[in-house]
Write a protein that binds this ligand. Sequence first.
Ligand SMILES: Cc1cc2nc3c(=O)[nH]c(=O)nc-3n(C[C@H](O)[C@H](O)[C@H](O)COP(=O)(O)OP(=O)(O)OC[C@H]3O[C@@H](n4cnc5c(N)ncnc54)[C@H](O)[C@@H]3O)c2cc1C
Length: 551
Amino acid sequence: MKDTDYDYLIAGGGSAGCVLANRLSADGKHRVCLLEAGPRDWNPLIRLPTGLIPLVRGWWCNWKYWSEPQPHMGGRRMYQPRGKVLGGSSSINAQVYIRGNAADFDRWAAQGCAGWSYEEVLPYFRRMENYEPASEPRDARFHGKGGPLNIAPRGALNPLSQAFLDAAGQAGLPATADFNGAQQEGYGILHRYHRKGERCSNAAAYLRPAEGRPNLTVITGAHVTRVLLEGRRAVGVRYRKGRAERELRAAREVIVSGGAFNSPQLLLLSGIGPRAELEKHGIPLLHELPGVGQNLQDHLDLYVVTKAKTREGFSFHPTSWWRALAGLVQYALFRRGYLTSNLAETGAFLRSAPEEPLPDLQWHFAPVVNAYHGLDLRGVFRHYGYSITINENRPLSRGRVGLHSADPLAAPLIDPNYGAEGREIERLVRGIKLARKVLAQPAFDPHRAVELVPGPQVRSDEELRHWVRHHAETIYHPVGTCKMGVDPLAVVDPQLRVHGLQGLRVIDASVMPSLIGGNTNAAVSMIGEKGAAMILRDAAGNAEAGEALAA
Ligand SMILES: Cc1cc2nc3c(=O)[nH]c(=O)nc-3n(C[C@H](O)[C@H](O)[C@H](O)COP(=O)(O)OP(=O)(O)OC[C@H]3O[C@@H](n4cnc5c(N)ncnc54)[C@H](O)[C@@H]3O)c2cc1C
């Protein structure tokens, strides 16, 4: 095929790509093609909420990237899982529904992203939701009904998750009823992307209802290797499917939605990016944009793990196998039971010091010991236990994505530059001390055996700092590598159009100018919703049409 067979080509069928495929094809007027490098999301582990451990580990559907050695983190290469499947990372993620702090979006607006303050993005957050939990009256204005992404209430809590809530109260921390409502700060129950006991990925939410439309084509196993430019205009893409190399042309726009690692890689492979990086790999420079791949930001995360003397939590210990079998039968027959938990049932947003203007720490509490991205399951086989994971919300460290080679199938170079700024390390140290205070409360007395990680021997600030630098990992929220804005490092403008080119947008996590305080899937979905509205508005040639969709 080599004609303008489609109006819109979307490179990447992940969280944002699925939103775009649905919204752009909804009115039947536009021919839309979604190209996804991975397979269809048929794997039953995707639907099973507890299936996330093998998915993160990467037996299937995962790019399984590794970072460059990180000089400030003990020289370690750090694992970087990303979904390679319809739904992208929303098909392998931990299903925690968090939007971020309202102040994060106001900061985007202040950074030159006109139209992206919290008040302005709130209609898109509401539009994407079918919010099932009962909202408090004061929080009702924050939530939507009838949208594609199903946000399920939490059923029965694991007794350890309940102990966490009780202990946080005993430690004097503030509580919140809704992290996505009027008050993010505090401890409380984490809502999740679930529908009827199954994961509700962006593919399940957005793509499934749209796939029957005659004007939407979805091609899986299609690795986009290049955006095709004619002069200053993007006119199509080249992709590889099996051994075949093909081209498709777009009458209106090409939209790059490959995520924070693959979107900048695709632009670089297409000759769009910093001159030096392209010259290094012998790629002809077609459009110089110094910011492509720069500004990489991610949340550093660590675990405080306690071995339990009770057997309430999740474990692969032989004594849990009967329960697991019963849970599997219950899940298979009724989509109920403990296997419908996404493990992170409760959490908190906290200030590590009173003078912090916003909650600078996020905690997830999980009734299981740390499995190191599912790569080291020894602890889960040996112990019952529980963990508080702690991440710092607004890192100052900036890394980059580049190329290892001009081979489009090679992994991108990923250098997050974790821990380059001491601030995040200090906050994490304070976070460990606060977590230990909560874990020492009476609510945990029936469960507590001994601290496994970092371990009672790691006590002084100096020891904790050293431990953080040698053990913290990603909590999977890379953003910022094709950032939105109007400054010299901005890659896209506030309409998500690539600066200096026509017919090309980037719409995914890579456009966030700065990392939000919270998990990133909701904000990416909002970006997909707002981006689609902008595209439709431009197509209609009418300033109100697209935005009115969100009203
Ligand atoms: C293990 C894990 C746990 C997480 N847990 C949570 C959580 O609990 N809550 C939360 O809110 N967020 C979570 N996140 C983060 C969240 O899922 C991501 O921020 C979000 O999915 C990113 O969306 P995206 O559209 O930018 O990229 P992705 O969803 O990663 O989509 C990119 C898509 O593009 C495809 N692609 C890439 N390159 C090409 C190419 N060249 N050609 C064709 N296709 C291509 C990929 O295969 C992928 O399908 C987690 C992420 C991971 C990995």
